[in-house]
Ligand binder design. Structure first.
Ligand SMILES: Cc1ncc(COP(=O)(O)O)c(C=O)c1O
Length: 459
């Protein structure tokens, strides 16, 4: 009999969780204005809001922290991290930032101007936010297959090369400073981009004289999918695949809170000295001096160690199989999810699940509230709320996909936790026909509204 997968680590320290009653949760979610970001963590039993910064560090990372050098300038921790980034990702220049969106802020301050177009696969919300904040436009060139959740395609994060070509054909390259590829593509369901696609994107981008950047938060999970799904990569190590992936990029922004398994941190990787020098000024202005830029020395040490551990096959194998385990359980219960399963999360296709809640009443957010009430499980809406209003017309944007995301923190939860989530979803599924009313907005911010929006049930 084939042995099942098992985590390649054991638990040394535990953190208490807080079970609650439905009556408690009804009060708490009302007080939270039906926005799960407003809940206190002790009001949540299983927290699948995000996999960002919520992973468990290893004993090796914690011990690396003790050796952190907190010098303002020239800290050994900076040089340790610089060397690790060069070794694993191949970039000679790097700037530390406090998290991924800070890396976007610094890099885009150099490269993005009003009226620019930034093509890519589906942009993450902070990436799009930083583009639109500068009055530029994010253009989604993802393949159409990504928007059909029941269609089996190994690389639903891929860019449609014809769509990308068209953007370059119809606009002057001066308006397209770079193309950004999100690895894996969070917004389309944690879906990977193939090596072949990266090569083709690189070819198009270079033909037109633009730059290619990666939003690399989940680059190691992407490499795992290349190894396990793409012809010719089975016998390569994750680190070899990562080096090849990044060989096509001019630079990257990184939220280290994902695949580098730290609780806070980010960085920019670059090949070009000129861009590095320009970005340095903004980094000093927004983040801090070049050799710490928003991170403490101990955090840089933990990050260097995390980059190594996060690119080990055995770790990635158990991580991605845990996510798939939850996906399989949900499928057994007939719950429609994005397939193949993503790397960091399972995405419930809410348009096929809560069919009686009108889109104007935010069905994915309605389901997130329902799941919280059912079992204290916190999840995230990746749908109309997150899509924000159109910056010009101020009308709601209705994205192709209306998802509920169940993001799995790294090395944190057990199989029993996954089973509980699956059964909670089944219980909701049993009564889903009766769920006909959603939520309405009471207050919203002009941009990135989903973080702070206030809602109430439609009566
Ligand atoms: C693909 C992607 N890019 C960028 C970010 C922003 O990173 P951070 O939350 O560290 O600012 C995230 C965060 O979730 C992400 O998933």
């Amino acid at each position: 009999m084939r042995l099942p997968y098992a985590e390649p680590y054991k638990i040394k320290m535990v953190e208490q969780l807080y079970p609650s009653t439905r009556t408690h949760r009804e009060t708490w979610i009302r007080e939270a204005k039906y926005n799960l970001f407003n809940l206190k963590s002790e009001q949540v039993f299983i927290d699948l809001l995000t996999d960002s910064g919520t992973g468990a560090m290893s004993d090796r990372q914690w011990s690396a922290m003790m050796l952190g050098d907190e010098s303002y300038a020239g800290a050994s921790s900076y040089y340790l991290l610089k060397e690790k980034i060069r070794e694993i990702l191949g970039f000679d220049y790097f700037l530390p930032t406090h998290q991924g969106r800070a890396a976007e802020n610094v890099l885009f301050s150099v490269l993005v101007s009003e009226g620019d177009l930034i093509p890519g696969n589906t942009h993450f919300d902070t990436t799009r936010g930083h583009i639109e904040f500068r009055k530029a436009k994010a253009i989604d060139c993802t393949i159409d297959e990504a928007f059909n959740t029941s269609l089996d395609h190994p690389f639903k994060g891929n860019v449609d090369i014809r769509k990308l070509e068209q953007v370059f054909q119809e606009n002057s390259v001066e308006k397209i400073p770079f193309v950004i590829i999100t690895l894996t593509c969070n917004s389309s369901g944690g879906q990977p981009v193939s090596m072949q696609n990266l090569k083709e994107i690189h070819r198009v981008v270079k033909k037109h004289g633009a730059l290619l950047f990666y939003d690399a938060a989940r680059f190691a999970e992407n490499a795992y999918f290349i190894k396990t799904r793409e012809k010719g990569y089975r016998d390569k190590t994750i680190k070899e695949i990562v080096r090849e992936m990044f060989s096509f990029a001019d630079g990257m922004t990184m939220s280290s809170k994902k695949d580098a398994i730290v609780n806070m941190g980010g960085f920019i990787g670059l090949r070009d000295e000129k861009i590095f020098r320009e970005a340095t000024t903004f980094n000093i202005l927004f983040e801090g001096f070049i050799t710490y830029g928003g991170m403490s020395g101990r955090d840089m040490n933990a990050l260097a160690q995390g980059l190594d551990e996060g690119t080990e096959f055995n770790y990635l194998d158990s991580r991605i199989k845990q996510v798939a385990y939850l996906g399989e359980r949900l499928k057994e219960f007939g719950i429609p999810v994005q397939e193949p399963f993503g790397g960091h999360a399972i995405f419930v296709d809410v348009k096929r699940f809560l069919v009686n809640v009108p889109l104007e009443q935010f069905p994915a957010q309605t389901l997130a509230v329902e799941l919280y009430l059912e079992a204290g499980v916190r999840s995230a809406e990746i749908g109309i709320l997150m899509a924000d209003r159109d910056p010009i017309t101020r009308e709601n944007r209705f994205p192709e996909m209306e998802f509920l995301r169940l993001a799995i923190p790294r090395r944190v939860y057990t199989r029993n936790h996954m089973d509980l989530v699956a059964v909670a979803m089944k219980n909701i599924s049993d009564r889903r026909e009766k769920l006909t009313r959603g939520l309405r907005i009471v207050w919203e911010a002009p941009i990135l509204r989903h973080f702070t929006v206030e809602l109430e049930p439609v009566d």
